[in-house]
Design a protein around this ligand. Structure first.
Ligand code: PMP
Length: 529
């Protein structure tokens, strides 16, 4: 069913939500409004938009058996969400169903991976056809799915980014990009932002600067971190320098001048926060790396760190400084690629930069494990001269057939445009919530990559304690909305739904989040009494 039809159906069937009167922060904190009738209205679960799909009955392992097996045989690293982890059974577009038949609106997409929708009918049909034809052969042979895919993907990238290496995961793509940067430049040092996540392999662990992933064990040699230019949490705020429909509530660091802020005619032309953060970047280049470096990795928007956007113009200047040191610039599009940001197909395009290497994974296969590194013929040749790079599954026929179908669906169903329209709609609605609730410190992002940062209060910007964020997270899940967590203090939520999500579904999600925040305020008020 086309997106237009899905919209129409849902729009017609969706009940309008009773919008409650706007509440100010002072009013919320006063506790004066907790009349029994008001409490009842607050706890009314928002009505879920309808879904034209019925899941099969769950007939597999019991919940307790699953937990036993997990405990006995699977990784003991505590990665699971929720006090009672969800046992998922089936997926359909933006919906997930658990073993008890409960339906959830999936706003996390299996960690930003379901791009076009769970079990999308076209992608499923293409996969089934390819399964019946040829599942696997490796790249020591020619097979058309790989060549068709290479042609389609390369057409989406600007010159000279035309050579594709097909691999299986984001970490593997970034491993290879690191190796390429080093082989091409004959240097070792690579810089990445604090808060960046580029993978969990021993090589990429050096680039990943999220405390939780750091280890005392030997890994990630010759990687240096630099300050993340975060205009909400960082030392310098900016209130008009994010490429987003929503700006921070922080006071801008720009100095007011005769012609307005910054002394320039157009405030967007000058951003003092950008200048100050660039100074930090220069400082890293001057103090922490040798004369020549291999490269610089950047996510166009940081995902795992809580959808952090840099001031406009920062990446452009940083790329120039890196190139002066002989390094190459690598855009990690694992989360930002494939139209999710709405305005552009690739995140780097929204910064008006041209990277030397682009890495991609997750949304590329709508959940099928595949990834890619795209670079220039010159860099690709330098790698080929230095080593024989090969992997068994990269360019696998099934993966490539799925990858091609994903690209077709993004185009046919205008999913990039949908990300722009529905994402902007959602950002503006969430910005209203931010103005209502003091604990919602920041709303940011672009298209369907949105971050919500929870704070104790807007004045201090101290992170809301983890247990409180977890309870809000749990409450959303209980009302049928699955959000992602992120941030160094696990203080942020990530909203990254499949790109087919609709406005009525966004209305539901915003209403659920409002309800969860209100419940939180109620708990807080009770504690104070
Ligand atoms: N880069 C980014 C920006 C990511 O978000 C991730 C995964 N969260 C990776 C790389 C690593 O991808 P994978 O988990 O597929 O190895």
């Amino acid at each position: 069913m086309t997106l237009a039809w899905r919209y129409l159906l849902r729009g017609l069937h969706t009940e309008t939500f009773s919008l409650r009167t706007p509440r100010t922060h002072a009013f919320l904190n006063s506790g004066a409004f907790w009349t029994p009738a008001f409490k009842r209205s607050l706890h009314t679960k928002p009505d879920m938009p309808p879904c034209d799909f019925s899941p099969q009955k769950y007939q597999s392992l019991s919940y307790t058996r699953v937990l036993e097996i997990h405990k006995q045989h699977l990784s003991p690293v505590a990665t699971m969400y929720f006090q009672k982890p969800l046992l998922l059974h089936q997926g359909h577009m933006e919906w997930l169903f658990d073993s008890e038949g409960n339906r959830y609106l999936d706003f996390f997409s299996g960690i930003v991976t379901i791009s076009v929708g769970h079990c999308h009918p076209k992608v499923k049909a293409v996969a089934q056809k390819q399964l019946g034809c040829l599942w696997h052969t490796s790249s020591v042979f020619l097979h058309p799915p790989m060549h068709e895919y290479a042609e389609k993907l390369s057409a989406l990238l600007p010159e000279p980014l035309k050579v594709i290496f097909l691999v299986n995961s984001g970490s593997e793509a970034n491993d290879l990009a690191m190796l390429m940067a080093r082989a091409y430049t004959n240097s070792s040092d690579i810089i990445s932002f604090r808060g960046a996540y580029h993978g969990c392999s021993p090589y990429t662990l050096g680039l990943t600067n999220v405390g939780l992933y750091k280890t005392e064990l030997h890994s990630g040699m010759s990687c240096q971190s630099t300050m993340c230019p975060d205009v909400f949490r960082g030392p310098w705020g900016g209130s008009h320098c994010r490429d987003s429909p929503v700006q921070t509530i922080r006071k801008c660091s720009c100095v007011p001048g005769p012609n307005g802020q910054g002394g320039r005619e157009r405030v967007e032309d000058f951003c003092q926060a950008k200048e100050l953060y660039i100074e930090q970047f220069r400082d890293t280049l001057n103090t922490s790396v040798p004369k020549s470096i291999a490269g610089f990795f950047a996510e166009p928007i940081q995902g795992v760190n809580g959808v952090i956007q840099y001031p406009k113009g920062f990446l452009k200047e940083a790329f120039e400084l890196v190139r002066e040191k002989g390094g190459v610039c690598i855009a990690d599009e694992v989360q930002t690629g494939f139209g999710r940001l709405g305005s552009h197909f690739w995140g780097f395009q929204s910064h008006a930069v041209l990277p030397d290497i682009v890495t991609m994974a997750k949304g590329i296969g709508n959940g099928f494990p595949m990834a890619a590194v795209v670079t220039t013929p010159e860099i690709a040749k330098s790698l080929a001269k230095r080593l024989y790079h090969f992997n068994t599954f990269g360019g696998n026929p099934l993966a490539c057939a799925i990858g091609s179908a994903v690209l077709e669906v993004i185009k046919e169903e205008n999913l990039q445009e949908n990300s722009q329209e529905v994402g902007t709609y959602m950002l503006l609605k969430l910005a209203e919530l931010r103005d209502e609730f003091d604990i919602l410190g920041d709303v940011r992002g672009k298209g369907l990559m949105i971050g919500l940062e929870m704070v104790q209060d807007k004045m201090s910007r101290q992170p809301l304690p983890q247990d409180e964020v977890s309870q809000i997270h749990e409450d959303c899940k209980d009302m049928g909305l699955l959000l992602g967590r992120s941030g160094i203090f696990s203080q942020s939520f990530r909203i990254v739904p499949p790109m087919c999500v609709t406005k009525p579904e966004v209305d539901f999600a915003v209403e659920v989040f409002r309800c969860a925040l209100t419940q939180h305020m109620e708990r807080r008020a009770k504690k104070k009494i």
